[in-house]
Design a protein around this ligand. Structure first.
Ligand code: FRU
Length: 540
């Protein structure tokens, strides 16, 4: 059965078959986490887009529900596209989404639950006055999509952002509304950055500079920064920037214009797109969902009968130690899947060594590891002007004085297939260490029709910090986080030999000068058994 191929994941959200893309309208409602998603019910490629729907108590164990919305009106007949949920103070749930009309014009539509007392929100009503927004003058018909969650203004109105572009400048438009039916376009734009192309799936939310709690989207005031995120249609990556939002002037200014939206920091340096956050009032945290596509061929997707996963939901908060980036971390509920753990204390990795880690089957793992460099070697090692980049410096096979070192996951016995996830440290001419975090797919699969690039970027490491990483392995996805979530890299890999019982995990140190000491905790992960909802399941 190709649909049940070994590449299927065990604890990541995916439909039973066919194509999925963006996360839509994530929300916690009457005790359930709801997840909607862009879905093609007819094929494993994009098209015929409807809203798929699933519910969960913990964002891990999902139950598939009937499709929430399908194209059945002139204003969404070419697709029920991406949208967001807003919960009003009285508990009412509002859904705004983009429809592609009978003439392929992008318009915004309002929908709401047919029965607000149904915790499963099975049936949805499209507002009879749809569309509620059409492209304004100066905006092209196909450059107006993906409304955000609304937030409250000091004037007592609701405000939403919608992504667009003018020439090659990505922009975010703002609208105010009192009833979600009629809207007023705000003069000027919330923000724009030249050369960044169409901004898809804009996200805009506050983060606290003083607490770890997430904030409701409407919170503003002292001790708050605002995150703006855009998905760049031209390079297919999600970029965010931190800045200050002024409610009165309806503008947002980046903290650092050189790392503005679309030209600076990414949520993830692998495959991760069209992401969206929501405020989880149940656990007072902000949660990030991101679409993780395939990096094999379309032909392979059609053959296996499905395409795309959702990344594990992540909490996002400001990194109060650096002040310049977010921290992303898989929601704590992921840990409920941990089964047996194997601990390894102070494993010494000499330069040029590979050490197998005996953990049993290695296709479903949660790996937590720390690395300590050899202090004497660090003193001895000369300063270097090496211009390292993960993508262009030879990957895990390259040998430098201090790295690469890290883990080989989804490796087969002979190591012909392996996905290295690693650090690389350069001692610069100023004597300071600069650390990179990379994932190398060049040897991830014997198959030839899969992406084999090397992902990664620089990661800030503060004085006195150990190098640390966490890797979640789930058959064909590897999600890697370093330094408590300052950086993440999501890889899709398609081993042909390192599957099921044949998959292994190893430590490696390819440095020429420094030994590394590593301590690890590795858990086998249970499956989440994601399945269709059936009426005989008890609700409460
Ligand atoms: C992003 C996106 C959105 C659009 C949806 C259509 O991946 O292109 O801009 O609403 O997907 O499926």
């Amino acid at each position: 059965n190709t649909v049940l191929s070994w590449q299927r994941t065990a604890f990541h959200f995916q439909p039973e078959k066919n194509w999925m893309n963006d996360p839509n309208g994530p929300v916690f409602y009457k005790g359930w986490y709801h997840f909607f998603y862009q879905y093609n019910p007819n094929a494993a490629v994009w098209g015929d887009i409807v809203w798929g729907h699933a519910v969960s108590r913990d964002m891990i164990h999902w139950l598939h529900l009937p499709l929430a919305m399908v194209p059945d009106q002139w204003y969404d007949i070419n697709g029920v596209w991406t949208g967001s949920a807003t919960i009003l103070p009285d508990g009412q749930l509002i859904m705004l989404y983009t429809g592609s009309t009978n003439e392929s014009v992008q318009v915004q539509n309002l929908a709401y639950p047919a029965d607000p007392s149904d915790p499963l929100l099975i049936n949805w009503v499209k507002y009879s006055g749809n569309p509620v927004l059409v492209p304004p003058p100066g905006i092209a018909a196909k450059d107006f999509r993906d409304p955000t969650t609304a937030w409250y203004t000091s004037e007592g109105k609701w405000r939403i952002a919608i992504g667009s572009k003018i020439n090659k400048t990505g922009i975010s438009l703002l609208y105010d509304t009192e009833d979600f039916k009629t809207y007023e376009l705000i003069d000027g734009i919330l923000h724009g950055v030249s050369g960044t192309g169409m901004w898809e799936c804009v996200d805009f939310y506050p983060v606290s500079t003083t607490t770890k709690n997430g904030l409701d989207t409407s919170i503003n005031g002292p001790g708050i920064k605002h995150v703006m995120k855009a998905s760049r249609d031209d390079d297919r990556n999600d970029y965010y920037a931190l800045g200050t939002y002024d409610d009165k002037t309806a503008t947002w200014i980046p903290d650092n214009p050189t790392i503005d939206v679309g030209i600076g920091i990414r949520y993830d340096y692998g495959l991760f797109y069209a992401s969206k956050t929501f405020y989880d009032q149940n656990k007072k945290r902000r949660v990030l969902w991101g679409w993780v596509g395939e990096s094999d061929s379309e032909y392979a997707d059609v053959k296996k009968g499905w395409a795309s996963l959702q990344g594990l939901p992540r909490t996002v908060e400001l990194d109060q130690k650096t002040g310049t980036n977010l921290l992303q971390w898989p929601v704590e509920e992921v840990e409920s899947l941990r089964l047996t753990s194997t601990k390894f204390d102070n494993v010494e990795l000499k330069p040029g060594s590979v050490v197998p880690l005996d953990v049993g089957p290695a296709t479903q793992l949660d790996i937590v590891a720390e690395f300590v460099l050899d202090k004497d070697a660090l003193k001895r090692i000369g300063e270097s002007n090496e211009e390292f980049s993960c993508s262009n410096s030879g990957g895990a096979a390259h040998r430098g004085a201090i790295g690469p070192f890290g883990l080989l996951v989804l490796a087969d016995k002979s190591l012909t297939e392996q996905t290295p996830v690693y650090f690389y440290v350069v001692k610069g001419i100023d004597g300071k260490l600069k650390t990179f975090f990379c994932a190398d797919q060049t040897r991830s699969s014997e198959a030839s029709d899969v992406n084999k690039i090397i992902y990664g970027n620089y990661v800030p490491v503060l004085e006195g910090e150990k190098l640390s990483l966490r890797i979640l392995v789930d058959h064909s996805i590897v999600e890697s986080f370093a330094q408590g979530g300052r950086i993440s890299i999501t890889s899709r890999v398609y081993p042909t030999k390192a599957i099921y019982g044949a998959a292994r995990v190893l430590l490696f140190n390819n440095a020429t000068e420094s030994s590394i000491t590593s301590s690890l905790d590795i858990w086998q992960m249970n499956s989440a058994f994601i399945r269709p909802y059936s009426n005989d399941q008890k609700l409460f």
